[in-house]
Design a protein around this ligand. Structure first.
Ligand code: HEC
Length: 400
């Protein structure tokens, strides 16, 4: 059973990555095309703009145009399954990695006492709630006042993220913010953008003008999606960086990197019309990098109580070995006894002095600074034990 889960996990992740590259890649290409279209000196009837490109051994001429009735081509390519498959495989991964196996990645006793089932319900509820709150605002009369609607969107996403950070482990909170954004983007594609394209096709076929309100709405949603891509991609990578979701101020790290990356996307968008874009883009990039560097250098955040006393007593391997046995080897041994792991997580075995000493920096980061290992503190490590491991590592992780 565990091996089957592992196989499903691999397939889902692989599909997710490939579909995601195709979806985001296409959406970036079309955005770029739209911004670089030019109108030739003697434009043909119905032409909106054209562009010339050279790629893979040939010249490409792409025209964007209105079609007269009866001009509908035999084959028309739609782009929706790249998004659909990205979302479906992403939800499968969410279930496989976070919701199954006792939801051990969902909870963290240092954050809240929520039960595994409660954490899953909260996760699903906030994802569905985020889409409903976002979509309702734009469909209601408030949608005619974009600034107000946008402010309400930001507020609802922040409120739901707050709920997630308040109850779920940092890692699960990050992923759920990401799935919220990805679900909003997917809802936009299936419930607004695709229907608008269907209406465009139907209008062209029957020779009537397309309802401009529908086209306008689709454009609006597609711009929203455009700004959400960079933050979303950061969140999807963040799980490889425990310093981000494990930071004492993990919500602030997420906020800064999301706003910074959305702003960089904005500056990339306006670079064709606003020639002085390079300076603000560089400044934004620089500020975001400095903030990120600061966070990475101070994983304990601003909370001094998270600094454990280093201790001046010499600590030997024989003092800390029992701690690794009792608190870590349930997962980090050649044959883990934790039901969720058939093999040591990340291949990390902490049985011999040499195995532990080699990883001392990463152990200090996870156990002493970030305190997100042992996972969900299932083995109930104490603060004194964390401090003892920290002191031993500070003394060079000696064998005796
Ligand atoms: C309930 C299972 C479990 C327990 C107990 C546990 N870990 Fe982990 N550990 C994991 C998992 C799963 C990962 C991989 C995911 C991650 O990095 O968060 C991991 C990753 C790590 C990493 C990061 C490895 C890398 O590739 O960077 C370190 C270091 C680590 N654990 C140390 C420890 C130490 C030290 C203890 C005991 C004090 C411990 N762990 C207890 C499950 C556990």
């Amino acid at each position: 059973m565990a091996n089957l889960t592992e196989l499903l996990h691999l397939v889902a992740r692989w599909v997710h990555l490939i579909a995601g590259i195709m979806w985001i890649g296409n959406s970036m290409l079309f955005n770029w095309l739209d911004r670089n279209l030019v109108l030739p000196d003697d434009p043909k009837e119905g032409l909106i703009g054209e562009i010339w490109m050279v790629h893979s051994g040939g010249f490409y001429q792409v025209e964007k145009k209105h079609l007269a009735p009866g001009q509908m081509p035999k084959t028309l390519h739609w782009f929706k399954w790249q998004n659909g498959i990205t979302w479906l495989s992403g939800i499968s991964l969410l279930v496989l990695v976070y919701y199954m196996g006792g939801a051990s990645l969902m909870t963290d006793p240092a954050v809240s006492r929520i039960s595994p089932a409660g954490s899953v319900a909260l996760g699903i509820g906030t994802i569905v709630g985020a889409w409903l709150a976002y979509d309702l605002v734009w469909r209601s009369p408030i949608g005619r006042r974009p600034q107000l609607a946008f402010a309400l969107n930001v507020l609802s996403v922040l409120a739901l993220s707050w709920v997630q950070f308040h109850w779920l482990s940092g890692r699960a909170a990050y992923m759920h913010v990401g799935v919220m954004l990805g679900t909003i983007m997917t809802g936009n594609v299936w419930f607004v953008i695709i229907p608008s394209q269907r209406e465009l096709v139907a209008a062209t076929e029957s020779g009537r003008p397309q309802d401009p309100a529908i086209g306008y709405q689709a454009k609006q949603r597609s711009i929203h999606n455009n700004y959400l891509t960079f933050p979303l991609l950061f969140i999807m990578l963040s799980n490889h960086f425990p310093t981000t979701f494990g930071h004492a101020l993990n919500w602030l790290v997420l906020l800064v990197l999301s706003l910074g990356s959305a702003l960089i996307r904005h500056l990339m968008n306006i670079r064709f019309t606003y020639r002085q874009w390079l300076l603000p883009a560089t400044a934004t990039f620089f500020v975001t990098c400095v903030a990120a560097l600061w966070f990475f250098a101070h994983p304990e955040g601003l909370h001094p109580r998270r600094h454990l006393p280093a201790g001046t007593q010499p600590v030997a391997w024989s003092d800390v070995e029992p701690i690794f046995q009792a608190r870590c080897q349930r997962c980090h041994s050649r044959f883990p006894t934790d039901p969720a792991f058939r093999a040591p997580p990340n291949g990390i075995v902490l049985e011999e002095h040499e195995q532990v000493a080699r990883l001392k920096d990463r152990i200090k980061l996870r156990v002493v600074s970030l305190r997100n290992m042992p996972l969900g503190n299932v083995t109930n490590i104490t603060d004194a034990e964390r401090a003892r491991i920290g002191a031993w590592i500070d003394q060079g992780a000696p064998e005796d």
